[in-house]
Design a protein around this ligand. Structure first.
Ligand code: 13P
Length: 247
């Protein structure tokens, strides 16, 4: 039985002061027995948020990292830096990073390999554009993203990775994929994992859905056979996140 995993992706929102206010509001209210809960916060919020979450079962995640260990990469943050401050998860290959910051399938794979090597849990994002969905190439496209992300990842390592299916047309638009649409692609992703590795890896790996998840649609989405929780943007910035985690 896979444990659900529900993560908030705060994106570029909340100063450290605002972050602490939200953490204070949520930390005693979210149920961490039923689901793993992660707050993926901006880099500058990581240290105070990790401190504020000490003694809870809520984990802290970053939204990106570099694939090199260290060196002359101005503006970047390494896996070791994240680990040193208590970060457990890292989002890799979010569509916004692919779209605005030249993240490619190749850099996503390098980051996945580095995160795993260092002991961070990658939350790897995949998902199609509206144009791709309309052209009926969604599954083909997502399969390529999944296969590239797992290049050179062993089956033992793959089990611990979290995948997030986030259709780009559903992100921040208020248009949620229907539970059937989301399930169809999440099932195809699981099948792809079974093809790359075997059924036992596919049975163990957790696949989230992301894209306009809110308190009203979370229950139905997370109830689907191949959807193991959510990656939540806008609704994770409010007290409402409680109703998603406690769906
Ligand atoms: P929204 O929940 O705001 O649509 O964002 C989804 C997302 O991109 C999470 O990573």
């Amino acid at each position: 039985m896979r444990k659900k995993i529900i993560a908030g992706n705060w994106k570029m929102n909340k100063t450290p002061k605002e972050a602490l206010e939200l953490v204070d509001l949520l930390k005693s209210k979210v149920d961490t027995d039923k689901s793993d809960v992660v707050f993926c916060v901006p880099f500058v919020d990581l240290i105070p948020v990790a401190e504020a979450l000490k003694g809870t079962n809520i984990a802290v995640g970053a939204q990106n990292m570099h694939f090199q260990n260290s060196g002359a990469y101005t503006g970047e943050v390494s896996a070791d830096m994240l680990l040193d401050i208590g970060v457990k998860y890292v989002i890799i290959g979010h569509s916004e990073r692919r779209q605005y910051f030249n993240e490619t399938d190749e850099t996503v794979n390098k980051k996945v390999l580095k995160a795993i090597e260092k002991g961070l849990i990658p939350i790897v994002c995949v998902g199609e554009s509206l144009e791709q969905r309309e052209k009926n190439v969604t599954v083909d496209f997502v399969r390529i993203q999944v296969k590239s992300a797992f290049k050179d990842v062993t089956s033992e390592q793959a089990k611990g990775v979290v995948l997030a299916y986030e259709p780009i047309w559903a992100i921040g638009t208020g248009i949620t994929a229907t539970s059937e649409q989301a399930e169809e692609v999440c099932a195809a992703i699981r099948k792809t994992v079974a093809e790359i590795y075997d059924q036992s890896v596919a049975d163990e790996i957790r696949i989230q859905y992301g894209g306009s998840v809110n308190g009203s649609n979370a229950g139905e989405l997370f109830g689907m056979a191949d959807i193991d929780g959510g990656l939540v943007g806008g609704a994770s910035l409010k007290e409402d996140f409680e109703s998603i985690v406690n769906y």
